[in-house]
Design a protein around this ligand. Sequence first.
Ligand SMILES: Cc1ncc(COP(=O)(O)O)c(C=O)c1O
Length: 439
Amino acid sequence: MVGTRTQPVSREGVASPKFADADLQSLAEKYGTPYFLIDELTLRGKVGEVERGFADFKGLFRVAYSVKANFNPSVIRAFASEGIMFDLTAPSELHFILKCGGSPESVIYTSITETYAEYETVLQSGVRKVVVASYNGLLNLAEAAAKTGKTVSTMIRVNPEVHVHAELRGSMGHGKFGLRFEGPSTDTAFQALKKVLSTRYLKFEGFHFHLGSQIEDPSCYGEALDKLEGFILDSRKRLGHFDVNTIDIGGGLPSSYGKRVQTPKDLGGRLVGKLNSLIESIGSRYTLVAESGRYLTAESTVLVSRVVNVKNFGETKYVYVDAGYHLLPDAALLRHEYPVEVVPAGKLNGHKTVLVGRLCDPLDIFPTSSRSRLAGAEVGKLVVFREVGAYSIVMNMPFHSQPRPYVLMRDGKGAYAVARKGQDVETLFMDEGGDCLPN
Ligand SMILES: Cc1ncc(COP(=O)(O)O)c(C=O)c1O
């Protein structure tokens, strides 16, 4: 069963957006390169894909957008109008949500810092669902709830310590995120549960885990749910009955980046039997939440750059573009392979081609996916990086005094608009301290 959305505008079967070569060229003339271009229909369509993946779940299913992937106001507004939830981790993210038409009731607030001041701020702004991940954090939340007089639906973030095959792992290996189920200190899910159940103003809501990002093998979700089920049943024997209203399985849905990866349908197909049997075994028709940043945003966006130089070095042709890893940090940090193509496409010439950015840094060499088409890359042509919508625009850096580029959006009617203005170099100079220089 799928949760109600205020304006169901998603379309069926969304593929990577197609932009006409002529449009990419004329936007390059108008706004300069590099620029990011987001397709709004793809963003909206991804919501429907995730929902359909879990259509056979017998409880209520909700998608939550992890705003950290791209907090551009036009992106948030598109998701807010889909009526989905938001996974937030900072009061500043809440500010963005509230300014872009999102409601505080749609927020699941999962802090890393878990300070009293932070909790007080978000509770005063109307947030009522909070995920705690440390005992100190829980005490801070209890104090903020008592001080503000607000009852908080409190979820406990567990680290189920299962093996995760993913680009970024949030479970086994380190304890930054979430609580162990059991252990000698108060920093355990059991102690947190006991405390929530006995604290005025805290209402126990359920459990949360986040296993990683770009998860290749979905079996970790099933293993995590098995462990959680055992924990719930055991805790009830020790603490008496408590209801579980929500289970949030976090993020991790992968984007394809030109390869075959598990889709929401694959993941839902693998998990839904377990999720439904959990309703029976714990006796609670809980709401299932899947958070997603990468899957909801990655495919919607391209980065359009221009070839500014080419050079032969032995058998290899080096193609220099006016972008760099200051715009796509994961290309350097994670050696992430984005699918890349030349516009207009050219013919194969047998050269080995290496795509390099404009930064004076040996890390600024783009690893490109095997689906990339770099044939015909000549000075003046465009090089389009695909599936760059997650964790890129929000990480743009001014390294090498590079102003932030334009971010454009194509709306549902096919019209192009500015979603973030490009910065000029004088603004960058002032922002970087030029305005602090004595006259
Ligand atoms: C708690 C939590 N939920 C969801 C996500 C989103 O993950 P993804 O973008 O891989 O879907 C993250 C990412 O860091 C996260 O920390």
